[in-house]
Design a protein around this ligand. Structure first.
Ligand code: CAA
Length: 242
């Protein structure tokens, strides 16, 4: 069989970077999207040999164009889609602007529709596909200052389960991975006093590593994971259990 093609959104840094690297190491042809920081993305590509593509995943037309380009460059359709890209714009509701609500919903949730919609026809035709949506523990439990982020991430769980039902008979699985606090730039940007509280609340006693999230993703995209769909795999150090 020819190599499977995997696409990771936000795949050049943070959790996405670890996922891109892990898939590449496991033998997939990998394409990673990014939204800013051209220099960092190019360095990442040079170092890893992973192809990188810049577009705004909140823009449906850009997703269509970008995926078509990747399919042409890598010589096939997308077998594995990791909807990973996400942003935070934290503030309490009484201080939150509409722009910060909209930016988070569109980047974190609408992007999952955009990307899945663009790859789904080819997966259905091939009767094979793996979609993993990176949600968040804060979408399960709700977080102070994150009505936008928690809503978007909670939306991902519903999206995952609905799409899993639609695609199950076509050899396509759709699952969510739900990280807790992982040592990335996003988490390290949290105020120091709040970070202390966060750490105190993690039973394992430390932040998670991006590679620990990548490991969960790799498990779910395996050919052998074909009976697991509509499921959530939490990677949160024991902080939240449903
Ligand atoms: N629960 C209850 N009350 C809280 C609280 C909490 N978690 N956090 C703060 N408060 C209270 C404060 O004690 C304070 O009360 P008083 O007015 O009575 O003193 C009040 O709310 C205001 O708090 P702040 O001073 O913190 O308010 P702020 O406007 O300066 O900051 C904020 C608000 C930016 C949201 C800040 O609280 C913050 O950064 N919180 C962290 C949010 C967070 O966890 N983000 C995660 C980012 S990483 C991520 O999202 C990755 C992932 O998927 C896990």
């Amino acid at each position: 069989m020819s190599k499977r093609i995997a696409l990771v959104t936000g795949g050049t840094r943070g959790i996405g970077e670890a996922i891109s690297r892990a898939l590449h190491k496991a033998g997939y042809k990998v394409a990673a999207t990014y939204a800013s920081r051209d220099e960092d993305a190019e360095l990442f590509s040079k170092e890893t040999g992973i192809a990188v593509y810049k577009w705004n995943i909140a823009d449906y037309d850009a997703c269509e164009k970008g995926v078509a380009q990747i399919c042409e460059d890598l010589g096939g359709s997308i077998d594995v889609l990791i909807n990973n890209a996400g942003i935070t714009r934290d503030s309490a509701m009484h201080k939150m602007s509409f722009e910060n609500w909209e930016a988070v919903i569109e980047t974190n949730l609408t992007s999952c529709f955009n990307m899945s919609r663009v790859v789904i026809d080819a997966m259905r035709e091939k009767k094979f596909g793996r979609i993993v949506n990176i949600s968040s523990m804060n979408g399960q439990m709700g977080q102070f200052g994150q009505t936008n982020y928690s809503a978007a991430k909670a939306g991902i769980f519903g999206f995952t389960k609905a799409l899993a039902r639609e695609t199950a008979s076509r050899g396509i699985t759709v699952n969510a991975v739900s990280p807790g606090y992982i040592a990335t730039e996003m988490v390290k940007a949290v105020r120091e006093d709040i970070m202390k509280q966060i750490l105190a609340g993690i039973p394992v006693g430390r932040l998670g590593e991006p590679e620990e999230v990548a490991r969960a993703v790799l498990f779910l995209v395996a050919e052998e994971a074909s009976f697991i769909t509509g499921e959530t795999l939490s990677v949160n150090g024991g902080q939240y259990m449903e």
